[in-house]
Write a protein that binds this ligand. Structure first.
Ligand SMILES: *Cc1c(COP(=O)(O)O)cnc(C)c1O
Length: 373
């Protein structure tokens, strides 16, 4: 059994994907091309955002967003400690200082209460508080109504790191529309993945959109060889866009639904015995991961071993929160304020989750979990 079965997805979509790839190869457009334009338009429309720029990966998308918002050396940027490294790395790459905020213990996302406290304290210390990067962890959008209030009251911008959140919703509003700038990743294992690296940046702001486009192409001005700022080379290539156009259709028409059906089945079967993920009222997850909170690291080890014995893969996302990463040892995080992140990192376990996980496989996983404890 695969944790995320990309081969099965390919078998299912093979005819369309092969056709789309052959079309690009035959035409000989490898950079830019109609597929990139069409895909960005489709992504913008799907997310309900005015502008979408496809880029090389989700980490670049964050870097471009930070540059566009004018982050400078020494600026404080608030972000969850319980996330993937890239969220914080992009901040540090700009010379800014990541301020790690604890998680909500049931949604895994950044806690609005802890965020407010961190902003107030940082300002009191006389540091330049500039913005917040939220993460839609495991596919669930962060608590944007609360976070937006905090951002507005302190004059901060929001970057939504939707690398795992693409496809999620709050009410009718889609993930990747909640930030002043929002980002996503098309890394193969993300909810919407390509066959290599890819990412996108979203914004409603015309000025930001222009700046993002310039920064992504070597800081171009009126044309490619007029360079008005130092930028990057960050683009999604034509083959990946062609693949993504096919996958986006399947994602919208079937996959997102299947993910939610599988998650509902897991929860119905497991919630008596385990702490299963909760989706607050009005929220919709894209289920990048289905994550249990176990009693202890010890119990987690036993369950992981029992699953493995039956050929069932499971993963720990994430074993080390950002405030404990060696790379961030100079950030002077207050470990006492990050206890939920520490606790989660000891207890979480993610189960196989992908739209092509068959019923008998789901049953095997559920059986093994119920018998294993
Ligand atoms: C995957 C991921 C990224 C980085 O995306 P890449 O395309 O791998 O660069 C950033 N943030 C989060 C939360 C992620 O899960």
């Amino acid at each position: 059994m695969q944790f995320i079965d990309l081969k099965r997805q390919y078998a299912y979509l093979k005819k369309e994907i092969d056709g789309a790839v052959a079309e690009v190869l035959t035409r000989g457009d490898f950079i830019g091309g109609i597929e990139v334009k069409e895909l960005s338009d489709e992504l913008a429309r799907y997310c309900g955002v005015k502008h979408c720029l496809t880029v090389a990966n989700g980490t670049d998308a964050l870097t471009l967003a930070l540059r566009t918002l004018g982050v400078q050396s020494g600026d404080a940027v608030f972000l969850p400690s319980f996330t993937f490294f890239a969220t914080a790395e992009a901040v540090a790459l700009q010379g800014a200082v990541p301020v790690f905020v604890d998680a909500d213990e049931r949604t895994f996302n950044i806690s609005p209460e802890r965020l407010e406290e961190a902003v107030v304290r940082t300002k009191k210390e006389g540091r330049a508080a500039k913005g917040i990067i939220t993460v839609d962890l495991f596919g669930l959008p962060a608590d944007y109504s609360e976070i937006r209030k905090i951002a507005d009251s302190h004059g901060l911008w929001i970057i939504e790191d939707g690398a795992q959140g693409f496809g999620g919703k709050i009410g009718d509003k889609r993930a990747c529309s909640f930030g002043d700038i929002s980002t996503t990743s098309f890394f193969p294992a993300k909810p919407l993945g390509c066959y290599g690296d890819g990412g996108a940046v979203f914004t409603d702001n015309d000025g930001y959109s222009e700046l993002l486009k310039s920064l992504a192409v070597h800081g171009k001005g009126s044309f490619k060889y007029d360079n008005v700022r130092i930028g990057y080379n960050s683009r999604l290539d034509t083959l990946q866009a062609a693949v993504l156009k096919v996958k986006l259709k399947a994602f919208i028409n079937e996959e997102l639904n299947s993910r939610n059906e599988i998650a509902a089945r897991y929860t119905a079967a497991l919630s008596d015995k385990f702490v299963t993920p909760i989706i607050p009222d009005g929220f919709y997850s894209s289920w990048a991961q289905y994550t249990l909170i176990l009693e202890s690291a010890e119990q987690r080890g036993q369950i992981q071993a029992a699953l493995k014995e039956k050929g069932i893969p499971s993963m720990i996302y994430y074993p080390i929160p950002m405030h404990r990463q060696t790379a961030f040892k100079d950030c002077k995080a207050n470990f006492d304020e990050l206890r939920v992140s520490d606790n989660l990192s000891q207890r979480v376990l993610s189960l196989p989750m992908h739209p092509y996980l068959e019923r008998n496989e789901q049953d095997l996983i559920i059986d093994c979990l119920l018998k294993g404890v």
